[in-house]
Ligand binder design. Structure first.
Ligand SMILES: Cc1cc2nc3c(=O)[nH]c(=O)nc-3n(C[C@H](O)[C@H](O)[C@H](O)COP(=O)(O)O)c2cc1C
Length: 433
């Protein structure tokens, strides 16, 4: 099974281990001629990087992006794009004592049981470092997302919950409640000093999402978002809209009633039947406490001997700030896919018959407009004759033509075509006045 590929409209394959030589991604099916957004990708990588906040580990990789193929003179060529990052800060000796044991909370045990061999240094493929590839890949779909606006922020960290949202309140945790921020920091510092870790709940709010994204049954938008989000290490659950709280509501409370202007409420979180309704898309996911902690715990070795283990390596007290850019990347990839499929469906409708139908409609509209113009023009002639006014007014004709030429320029209509149309209109109306 190709489990390292996210095979959708934009196929990506990620490769590399935490303490191997590189982490990278191969991206196929990117349109040619797109400006390669190097700075944007680099800045997203910098946010995901460890060592950027008080509660992050102190690993200091620079995560500098290397372009191997598919980009020429700053633009995509339409060929497979291979991007990678060298692992410079890989202190493999830090992990020597872990060679034969299973770290609690990590993927060591299950990887070993499945493959009978695994790269124990820093978690190998199960490491958070694998997510670099996803952040890199998502940089290439930005242009598809147009004005879709994605916000991701924690609503709960440990025992603290956001009660008052103030979006202007910015900090390293993306915590939008200033009323309890200082207490939260003190709480996190205490956890850090104990050598312990903590998790939380992260909310995603997506605005300006078009209706119709997602497809029935196995390509439901919520199913695809769930898979993409749950594929991120340490993410353990997800709920859409009112989520698990729907269990306590009755039908008449949970249904989003509507009138001609739209839904009154958004308990459905912007998706019904796996397809976006155009309402804000809202979901939450839970992040478990960082597995590596500086506290002694019981575990076993590969030959099933009981041992005690305490992590001495570098670790994040709370990995939510580092998960946010990864979730952003995965959501962008899913939405870009859904939008691309949606465009394909729309494109299929546009057969020659559809174009002809559209032209016929426009021709009819032109005739209707000319008919209406003639009627008004006759009334103008009648008015002028009754009031003994001059029928022809050259100044006004010139003024009108100048205005039409200006409008023509705005709508990319050739000046000579504007003049031709105008001459026909004006001579016809003079004949019939
Ligand atoms: C961006 C990111 C950074 C992470 N950093 C750490 C870390 O520093 N220490 C740690 O123990 N786990 C970290 N993890 C989590 C592990 O990758 C993951 O929890 C662990 O391998 C178990 O996987 P599971 O949650 O899928 O069962 C990180 C995950 C992500 C996505």
């Amino acid at each position: 099974m190709k489990s390292n590929s996210f095979e959708k409209y934009y196929g990506i394959t990620t490769f590399g281990e935490s303490h191997g030589k590189v982490i990278g991604v191969v991206i196929e099916d990117v349109k040619p001629g797109i400006k390669f957004p190097l700075e944007k990708i680099q800045s997203a990588l910098d946010k995901r990087r460890p060592g950027v906040g008080t509660f992050s580990s102190t690993r200091k990789e620079k995560d500098e992006l290397q372009v191997l193929s598919g980009i020429f003179e700053g633009k995509t060529t339409g060929m497979p794009i291979c991007l990678l990052i060298y692992n410079k800060d890989s202190h493999s000796q830090d992990y020597e004592h872990l060679k034969d044991l299973f770290r609690p909370g990590h993927a060591d045990f299950s990887y070993f049981k499945k493959f009978k061999i695994y790269d124990h240094r820093g978690g190998g493929r199960a490491s958070g470092r694998e997510t670099i590839s996803r952040v890199v890949a998502s940089g290439l779909v930005e242009n598809i997302l147009e004005d879709i606006n994605i916000k991701i922020y924690p609503v709960k960290i440990g025992k603290f919950e956001v009660t008052e949202i103030d979006n202007s309140f910015q900090n390293e945790l993306s915590w939008h409640d200033k009323t309890n921020y200082e207490n939260l920091i003190e709480y996190l510092n205490n956890i850090k000093n104990e050598g312990n870790s903590i998790g939380g709940i992260v909310e995603v709010k997506i605005k300006n999402i078009p209706t119709g994204l997602g497809d029935p049954v196995f390509e439901k938008l919520d199913a695809n978002l769930a898979k993409a989000t749950l594929s991120i290490g340490a993410v353990k659950g997800i709920e859409f809209g009112y989520g698990f709280e729907l269990a306590a509501l009755k039908g008449n409370e949970a249904n989003d009633a509507m009138d001609k202007d739209g839904f009154f409420t958004n308990y459905h979180g912007g998706i019904l039947g796996g397809i976006s309704t155009g309402n804000d898309l809202i979901f939450r996911f839970v992040v478990k406490p960082t597995s590596s902690i500086n506290i002694t715990q019981k575990t076993v070795t590969k030959d099933n001997k009981e041992v005690e283990f305490k992590s001495h390596g570098r670790h994040d007290t709370c990995i939510i700030p580092r998960i946010i850019p990864v979730a952003m990347a995965m959501i962008k990839l899913v939405l870009a896919d859904a939008l691309s499929y949606q465009k394909l469906i729309a494109g299929k409708k546009l057969q020659l018959t559809d174009y002809r139908e559209a032209i016929n409609k426009i021709d009819e509209d032109i005739l209707i407009a000319i008919g209406r113009r003639q009627k008004i023009s006759k009334l103008v002639g009648k008015f002028k004759r009754e009031n003994k006014l001059q029928i022809e007014n050259k100044d006004r004709e010139e003024e009108l033509l100048a205005k039409l030429k200006q409008k023509g320029k705005l709508w990319n209509i050739d000046k000579s075509l504007v003049v031709d149309i105008w001459n026909i209109i004006i001579s016809e109306s003079k004949k019939r006045q």
